[in-house]
Design a protein around this ligand. Structure first.
Ligand code: AMP
Length: 215
């Protein structure tokens, strides 16, 4: 097993980058945020456990996250290549991932650190809209759909994520700084961090990441 990790604050563009890489590489996209939203929608026990944390912009307990990650890894063959989007988000999750890598004979190839100024993150998150059907991400100002409120690719209804409200966004940024940003030095010590300037257009970010993957 091989893994790459997309690391960055809320609004850094992890999901959009992952969509692009899915088209252009063989990596399997694993987004804990998407998995939790799906669990919530289906009313499963994991969804119920995660609901309150997600709505408040807090992190879901590490044990829950590590359980769903292991279940996901176990479904694929030993040769699978994973792209983790929004995981790990705490040092304990990173330690848990290290254990899983040992168990499943895996290595981390790169940790892409998406660097975006805080004011850009705020602007992106407040304008973000997502397709209810396919999850495609739009922005009211920088990436509007052709027809307001409707997804260009499948006509699905666009909605604003419950945790993209102004108060929750501020909390998520704080949670990122406190609990997730320490992962940068954790992976720096292992020589795995690839800093990516991600404050511009999504295509530019994807190109920088592909340069590293193809080097
Ligand atoms: P995301 O779509 O990655 O922004 O995740 C949305 C929300 O799901 C986060 O604000 C957290 O509440 C929860 N979540 C997603 N991934 C994780 C994770 N690795 N650890 C803890 N909570 C997570």
């Amino acid at each position: 097993m091989e893994a790459i990790i997309l690391l960055g604050g809320p609004g850094a563009g992890k999901g959009t980058l992952a969509e692009d890489l899915k088209q252009q590489t063989a990596y399997i996209h694993v987004s804990t945020g998407d998995m939790l939203r799906a669990a919530l929608k289906s009313g499963s026990p994991v969804g119920l456990e995660a609901k309150a944390c997600m709505e408040a912009g807090e992190l879901v307990p590490d044990s829950v996250i590590l359980r769903i990650i292991e279940e996901r890894i176990a479904k694929e063959s030993a040769a699978a290549r994973f792209m983790f989007d929004g995981f790990p988000r705490t040092i304990d999750q990173a330690l848990g991932l290290d254990q899983l890598l040992k168990k499943y004979s895996g290595v981390i190839a790169h940790v892409f650190n998406l660097e975006v100024q805080r004011k850009v993150l705020l602007r992106r998150l407040t304008g973000r809209r997502v397709c209810k059907t396919c999850g495609a991400v739009y922005h009211m100002i920088t990436r509007p759909p052709e027809k307001e409120g409707v997804c260009d690719s499948d006509g699905g209804e666009l909605y604003q994520r419950a945790d993209d409200s102004e108060a929750t966004i501020l909390n998520r940024l704080e949670v990122y700084e406190k609990q997730t940003a320490p992962l940068i030095s954790y992976y720096q010590r292992q020589g795995l961090i690839r800093d990516i300037a991600a404050g511009g257009h999504a295509d530019a970010t994807t190109a920088l990441v592909l340069d590293v993957l193809n080097a």
